[in-house]
Write a protein that binds this ligand. Structure first.
Ligand code: E9O
Length: 595
């Protein structure tokens, strides 16, 4: 799926800005063909939740509606016109001028509709119904509960089976863009270390298969270093400058599609020459071992929630560089396309995670489906949707050099019967869809031990979330280190060839709380926690990386385990460093080998 870009044959218009917005009651009448009455202004892109005060507003369960008009001019009506959403959380039903364009399920990936027929020169009315419910069919998973108290109106509560606030709305940019009648629908491009480059073009429109395709590889200065023809093919660039974390050098594949009738479409896709592989317990970038240093990271902040925020994302990557990190996991959903582009450019390695979180009976206060501990894999209805999401994610992110691996899920019930059967086809599908055959993992939690884990063999590398010294053995870091080491050794015995990394480890820490005895919640405890884990990693040669939980403090659902959100951040929510940031900085700056 191509990102909307202005080219010599395409125009792009952003529909971001202030839209009309309204929360909808359960049976409230709706008419997509009329201007909303009693609407309130709402910024797009943004999560709607934190914009206005009131917990009924923030925690609304169900439908809401976004609306705006846009004007189409005559030149824009030449060729085709598309409407594209970066992400709408969690489902969207889109109407234009009173006609239904279609719907999309899944809150973190883009979708588009052709609107050539439904749009008209002049003013157009765009209406989007959004639903924010998470249940046993959605990713992430949750459950809906009807609360009844004598004398009170029935109230619908949506319990997330995950530890982050269920931000929703039109959270990523919206565009309209034009293409010629015969157009480039998708481009796949892969540059390898030896300079070989593979491409595959998908085109749509009348006799698209008979169109003539020319491709050029352009270097960062715009010089053409290779020319080829054909819908798919391969060629070679002499001595390419490889992409890596120190020198994230980017090339572009310029594609020209000329149809029989003479219509021309052009698009330029960014890529890099680099290879990711796995050998002898190591993750290799361009054949050199890369030890992953970084975080699990949410895409969120104050006011706009998970809404695309270019300033925040650039600042975050600047902080990653400052602290000596080289990577992060997009926990627990694909991040915005703009973030992926920035990672390409800044040389940050990404484990690209699907929104499959909460596929367990859980550690959260809420549980799932009434907390039936045996029910997970039989009761969940996510399997087909999960396949679809993995496909969409690979389709969107396949060309990014920054993406070094895919994570199919975070902390599923991987120790329960049915886990292997659930994940095997998902892993296979992900591999099949990715020509780079990047490593795939399933991130597991404490419940899944070297003895009980049912999915280790499906993973190319093991990513473990462990909280010894926090959720158990709390306060006792020596004991925690013993337990951690024992478990890592157990996994190494089970999968002796596979790299093992920590995907999460951390301790809730109140910024500014100091304690001479390094007690729980103090800045000192977080630092000592990091030190204790670091010593274990350093003693085990097969550890391939350390991702701390979590980059910055973040909002969660209201519950008794969380005081104003999750405080395991190494940075506060407004991105100030806690003490442990300085410890990690000195630790990570020492570990270079060689990235
Ligand atoms: C997922 C992440 O989204 N992992 C959690 C993080 C946390 O801080 C959360 O924010 O709580 C930790 C999972 C801990 C599971 C402990 C289970 C112990 C059962 C044996």
């Amino acid at each position: 799926m191509l990102y909307p870009r202005m080219t010599s044959s395409r125009m792009v218009f952003e529909l971001n800005g202030i839209w009309d917005f309204k929360l909808l009651k359960k049976k409230e009448e709706r008419d997509a063909g009329r201007r909303l009455k009693d609407s309130m202004p709402m910024p797009v892109p943004s999560s709607y939740n934190d914009i206005y005060p009131g917990r009924d507003f923030a925690d609304h369960v169900g439908d809401m509606v976004y609306q705006r008009t846009f004007t189409v001019t005559n030149p824009v009506k030449q060729g085709r016109l598309f409407l594209r959403f970066g992400a709408v959380t969690h489902t969207a039903e889109v109407w234009l001028n009173g006609e239904l364009l279609g719907s999309h399920k899944g809150g973190f990936l883009p979708f588009s509709f052709e609107i050539s027929k439904q749009s008209r020169v002049g003013e157009n009315l765009l209406t989007v119904f959004v639903n924010n419910i998470v249940d046993y069919t959605t990713l992430p998973c949750g459950r809906v509960v009807e609360e009844e108290f004598p004398g009170l109106e029935q109230r619908t509560v949506n319990l997330p089976n995950f530890d982050f606030y269920n931000y929703s709305g039109i959270m990523r940019p919206v565009w309209i863009y034009t293409t010629p009648d015969v157009y480039i629908e998708d481009i796949e491009v892969y540059g390898k270390m030896d300079g070989s480059v593979y491409w595959k073009i998908q085109a749509e429109g009348e006799s698209a298969d008979k169109a003539k395709v020319t491709v050029r590889v352009l270097d960062a200065e715009g010089r053409c270093v290779y020319t080829g023809t054909g819908y798919s093919g391969s060629g070679r660039v002499e001595a390419p400058r490889l992409w890596d974390t120190q020198d994230p050098y980017l090339y572009r594949l310029w594609v020209r599609l000329q149809s029989k009738s003479g219509n021309v479409d052009e698009y330029t896709e960014i890529f890099g020459f680099r290879e990711v592989s796995i050998r002898d317990c190591r993750i290799l970038l361009n054949e050199k071992p890369v030890y992953l240093k970084g975080f699990g990271k949410h895409e969120e902040g104050g006011s706009r929630g998970r809404g695309t925020d270019m300033a925040l994302m650039t600042k975050d990557l600047g902080l990653l560089k400052w602290i000596g990190a080289n990577s992060f996991r997009t926990s627990h959903y694909p991040n915005s396309e703009e973030m992926m582009q920035l990672c390409d450019r800044m040389g940050i390695l990404v484990i690209d995670e699907s929104p499959a979180v909460g596929l367990n009976t859980g550690f959260t206060a809420t549980g799932l489906l009434g907390g039936n501990p045996k029910g997970t894999w039989e009761t969940l209805r996510t399997k087909e949707h999960h396949k679809h999401v993995m496909e969409e994610m690979v389709k969107r992110d396949k060309n990014h050099p920054c993406v070094i691996a895919w994570s199919a899920a975070n902390e599923p019930a991987s120790q329960e019967d049915g886990a292997k059967e659930y994940f095997a086809p998902l892993v296979a599908l992900t591999k099949e869809k990715d020509i780079q055959k990047r490593p795939v993992t399933i991130v597991t939690y404490e419940g899944s031990t070297p003895k009980t884990c049912k999915v280790a063999e499906l993973c190319d590398f093991l990513v473990l979330n462990r909280y010894r010294g926090w959720y158990d053995t709390e306060g006792n870091l020596k004991g925690a280190a013993v337990k951690l080491k024992e478990e890592l050794e157990g996994f190494h015995v089970r999968c002796p060839e596979k790299p093992i990394m920590l995907g999460e480890y951390g301790a809730d820490t109140i910024a500014g709380l100091h304690d001479l005895n390094a007690r729980l919640f103090s800045e000192e405890y977080q630092t000592e926690f990091m030190r204790a884990y670091g010593e274990v990693f350093d003693s085990l040669p097969y550890i391939a990386g350390e991702h701390v939980w979590v980059f910055a403090d973040f909002a969660t659902a209201e519950n008794i385990k969380r005081v104003d959100g999750n405080k395991k951040g190494i940075f506060t929510r407004d991105r100030r460093p806690k003490q442990a940031a300085y410890f990690l900085k000195s630790r990570w700056e020492e570990i270079r080998n060689p990235y």
